[in-house]
Design a protein around this ligand. Structure first.
Ligand code: GLN
Length: 479
């Protein structure tokens, strides 16, 4: 077994006793990547994996203290700044951008002995649910290479699932950690908004974006979240909340935990195989002595409309900085400022990003602001209150992650509305700023993985880890 196939728990132990070095792990990862590149349909999970700079990283790693990650290489979604590495956001406009600094999450990772190793492919500026919107090409699903891996963190999920990375840090604005984790059969958690600093995470929709881990096991996810969480004065939305030790909660048992099942998440549009798998997950929990009750989240039906108005509005403003002057490749040089903006943005951005900038600009334009943006903000408050009420009665809400398993590459690319609708179960969580994870729970008859979503109240990731571990164990038993 290659070191690229080991868990973080196994690797940190081997590193601790001196049986292996970080370079040994990198060597095995590199050979797995090279082997994959020889495939007829390579996964295309990385935008860059530069051995020379990784070796430099290894030399500068924190070797003095006995750290949590002890030199384990972690692959990074290409929207998080890692000093002196390319950070492209999967976009043509940033194809030549080299980060001059580390995101706070990366600083925390290094402090805990993690070594950033390679940047992962993604939908351009994290806009997408299929990883077909990258300037660097589509990413494939390792379980069936004709299928999408999910998005926007498709590179992260494909790499971890195929052991081309041992673990990854990604970002989730409306489901981008959970949905690809579900489709690639691995674990992914989006922490509470404010739990992990957004400083150095290139903004898509600032009031939703969160960094979180994508890993092969629940315990690995807890370790990685332990390493990167915490208050950061550089991010004004960072939460000054105590961070519990998440790994202490993995394997802690359920002890009377209350599980809520919202009927709105099991209605029309949910594929029956996906429903069966999620129901099996619920059964595992009730057999582990959790109490299960039906709940209502009555404003769920407004979530997609609300999300796609607010997220595009924020994106249209955030992406204004990519103008070929301060940021972004200058494809066309001219004295005429307006032409300079227009041409560089026209060449630099892909179709989906342009569509969202147009949508967002429209929603914010005078005359429409009240009708769209303001109304969406009001709906957001209702959705948040819906959850608040539910969490008076239950500790964890269990739902599907996506209404369908991975679809064929190209199947939905010309039908953006259908693609947006596939986010129906993940975006409410971001609208409310809650933590939520996807845990593998079974496979369809076509052997495509399906995850179950676990949602907790603000800053209660601990209960997610308790429940996730029970499902992980139960699922293994069923294989
Ligand atoms: N699919 C959603 C979108 O395109 C969510 C993406 C994300 O979480 N970054 O906006």
């Amino acid at each position: 077994m290659g070191l690229n196939e080991c868990t973080l728990v196994e690797l940190t132990e081997k590193l601790r006793i001196g049986e292996i070095t970080t370079s040994d792990i990198i060597r095995d990862i590199e050979s797995a990547i090279t082997q994959d590149e020889g495939n007829k349909y390579p996964l295309n999970a990385y935008t860059s994996f530069d051995i020379e700079s990784i070796e430099k990283e290894i030399k500068s790693q924190n070797k003095k203290e006995d750290t949590l990650l002890k030199g384990v290489p972690i692959a990074i979604k290409d929207i998080i700044n890692v000093m002196d590495t390319p950070t492209t956001c999967g976009s043509g406009i940033l194809k030549d951008y080299i980060s001059p600094y580390d995101a706070t999450a990366i600083k925390n990772l290094r402090k805990n002995g993690g070594v950033p190793a390679g940047k992962l492919n993604m939908d351009e500026f994290a806009m997408g649910s299929s990883n077909e919107n990258s300037y660097f090409g589509v990413v494939r699903n390792p379980h069936d290479r004709k299928k999408i891996p999910g998005g926007s963190s498709g590179g992260a999920a494909a790499a971890v699932s195929a052991n081309l990375a041992v673990a990854a840090l990604a970002s989730d604005t409306g489901g981008s950690i959970r949905q690809p984790a579900s489709m690639c059969g691995i674990f992914g958690i989006k922490p509470t908004y404010g739990r992990v600093s957004r400083f150095g995470l290139i903004a898509y929709a600032s009031s939703f974006d969160q960094i979180g881990p994508i890993t092969n096991t629940v315990m690995d996810g807890a370790i990685l979240l332990d390493a990167v969480s915490g208050y950061d004065p550089k991010d004004s939305t960072s939460a000054n909340e105590k961070v519990p030790c998440f790994r202490d909660f993995v394997g802690k048992g359920l002890g009377g935990l209350r599980i809520g099942i919202p009927e709105e998440y099991f209605g029309e549009g949910l594929n029956s195989e996906v429903r069966d798998i999620v129901e099996r997950g619920i059964k595992i929990l009730s057999e582990a002595n959790a109490s299960v009750k039906r709940i209502a989240l009555k404003y769920t039906r407004y979530a997609i409309a609300c999300y796609y108005i607010i997220a595009t509005a924020e994106a249209s403003s955030n992406l204004a900085r990519f103008d070929g002057i301060r940021y972004g490749t200058r494809f066309v040089d001219t004295e005429d400022l307006e032409t300079l903006y227009r041409e560089n943005r026209n060449i630099g951005f892909g179709d989906e990003v342009k569509r969202r900038i147009l949508l967002g600009t429209f929603a914010l334009s005078s005359g429409y602001y009240d009708a769209y943006y303001l109304k969406a903000q009001r709906a957001r408050t209702l959705i948040r209150e819906d959850f608040k009420e539910a969490f008076r009665e239950v500790d964890i809400i269990v739902t599907p992650v996506s209404p369908i398993a991975a679809w064929d590459i190209g199947e939905l690319i010309d039908d953006p509305l259908q693609m947006y609708l596939s986010d129906v179960y993940t975006v409410p969580v971001n609208l409310a700023g809650l933590p939520a994870a996807s845990v593998p729970c079974g496979k369809t008859k076509d052997r495509l993985p399906v995850g179950v979503q676990l949602i907790a109240d603000h800053f209660n990731e601990a209960d997610i880890f308790r429940v996730a571990r029970i499902i992980e164990e139960g699922e293994k038993g069923a294989e």
